[in-house]
Each structure stands twice: as C-alpha cells, then as structure tokens.
Design a protein around this ligand. Structure first.
Ligand code: G3P
Ligand code: MG
Length: 244
C-alpha cells in the first residue's frame, strides 16, 4: 500500500460543530483539541478563487443569499460566516484555501480537501482546487489529500495536478465504483461509516488503497473500525476523541 503520512483522526469541516464549520475559527479550535489533520469542503467563486463552503447556497452558513458560483471572491469575502453558529463568532469570514494552507503549514497539520463543486462546475472545481493546492503545498513533504463524491472533479484534479493524492468518497457502493477508483488513480476510498466493515477494509487494502470513513461521532463505532484496521476517521467530536 502507498505510504500513509496522515494521522488517524481528522476533524470534520475544520472542527465545525463547536465553531462555525469550514472557518479558520473551527481549525483553531480543532488544533486546540490536539487535532493535526482536518477535512474541509472547497468550491470556487465566480472568478475562480478556491474557498471553503459546504452547501451549494450561502443561506445556511453565511448572511449571503444564492449560489456562491455567481459571486466574485471580493464579494464573498465580506460575508459573515460565523454569526449563524453563535454570537461569539460574529464576522468570522469565509476562508480562502490559501489561508487554510498557511494555517496548516504554521501548525504542522495535514489537510483533506473535499472538492465540493457547485452543480455544473465539477471538472473545473477539481482542476482549479488541485492547481491552487499544488502551488500552496509546493516543497512540502505531506501533500493535501484531494477527495470528492464527484468522479468528474477528481478527473479534473488528476489531469491538472497528477502528483497530488486523490480519494473517492462514497455515500453508497454504486455500480462500478472500484473501476472508477482505479481509473482515477486513487490512494484511498472514504465511505460513510455505515458502509465500512472488515471485509471492505480488506478489499480496499488488497487493491493498495487506504480505507477512511466519515463522520464517526460514536465511540463504539470508532473502536470497532480501529480494531478492523481503518486508516482514517473523520469526526465532528473533537471534544470526545483525543487524537494523541
Ligand atoms: O469528506 C467527508 C465528508 O465531509 C462528506 O460529507 O457532506 O460533510 O461534506 P459532507
Ligand atoms: Mg465534507
């Protein structure tokens, strides 16, 4: 199997339950709890800036409206992405991928960039996120792991920056996923934890792929997956699981 430089535990959306998801505040909080690896969701502004946001629309986690793919970065940068969570985080901005890279370098943290394209922007989001990541991590020994539920996004990433490691995300075991993972040249498969068991871990390992899961918030589930040989666990519960 490919050498695996990433910690077992990854904080989901930064540490995006106790602080607003996908913001620098969430990353800071995760680091305070000892986390040295993070997952975050990346999409593109209209003018091609890679930045962090989960949803296809701005309403739930910012004071903006509509699709972020219609807005220039200068406009998105003014939004409040913290107040929706709780008043102490008022005015917390949306971060660019470049700011998250700087945080990871300064705090010796690894990053799993989930490429989360707005509909219709799958391939270009993969290409641009991968190119920006390649520049931002140039010369670093641990590269970011690029993952996506969208094969087209991973194709774009593979073609733009083939040296960056890729992982296919699965919320169900759809027909043809192993062939797709093979064609994408992945190093890992990341599934919903409900799909993962010892047999699937062994099947992935036999292909040379690492096995990761999202989003595990329950101790018995984590313990069982660790006993079965899981390589990575994405969690919201940074306050419950000590990664050290
Ligand atoms: O990257 C794994 C996990 O984040 C996928 O689910 O919806 O939280 O992005 P979601
Ligand atoms: Mg995600």
């Amino acid at each position: 199997m490919t050498p695996w430089p990433y910690p077992l535990w990854l904080a989901h959306r930064g540490a995006g339950k106790l602080a607003p998801e996908n913001t620098l505040a969430a990353f800071r909080l995760g680091a305070q709890f000892g986390y040295r690896a993070f997952e975050c969701d990346v999409k593109l502004s209209r003018d091609g800036e890679a930045f962090l946001l989960h949803d296809d629309t701005l309403e739930r986690t910012t004071d903006g409206r509509g699709s972020p793919s219609d807005r220039a970065w200068a406009d998105l940068a003014r939004l409040d992405a913290g107040h929706w969570h709780s008043p102490p985080f008022t005015a917390e901005p949306l971060p660019r991928l470049a700011q998250i890279a700087a945080f990871c370098h300064a705090n010796d943290c690894a990053l799993n960039i989930e490429i989360k394209p707005c509909p219709g922007f799958e391939r270009v989001t993969g290409e641009v996120a991968a190119l920006q990541a390649e520049q931002l991590w140039a010369g670093r020994s641990v590269l970011p792991l690029l993952s996506s539920f969208k094969p087209e996004a991973l194709e774009g990433a593979r073609d733009a920056a083939p040296a960056l490691p890729r992982a296919l995300l699965l919320d169900r075991l759809w027909d043809g996923w192993p062939e797709t993972a093979e064609a994408l040249g992945v190093v890992a498969v990341i599934t919903n934890w409900r799909l993962m068991d010892r047999a699937l871990i062994e099947r992935l390992h036999a292909k040379g792929w690492r096995a990761l899961v999202y989003t595990v918030n329950d101790a018995p589930v984590a313990e069982q997956l660790i006993a079965e040989g899981i390589d990575g666990i994405i969690t919201d519960r940074v306050d419950q699981f000590d990664p050290r």
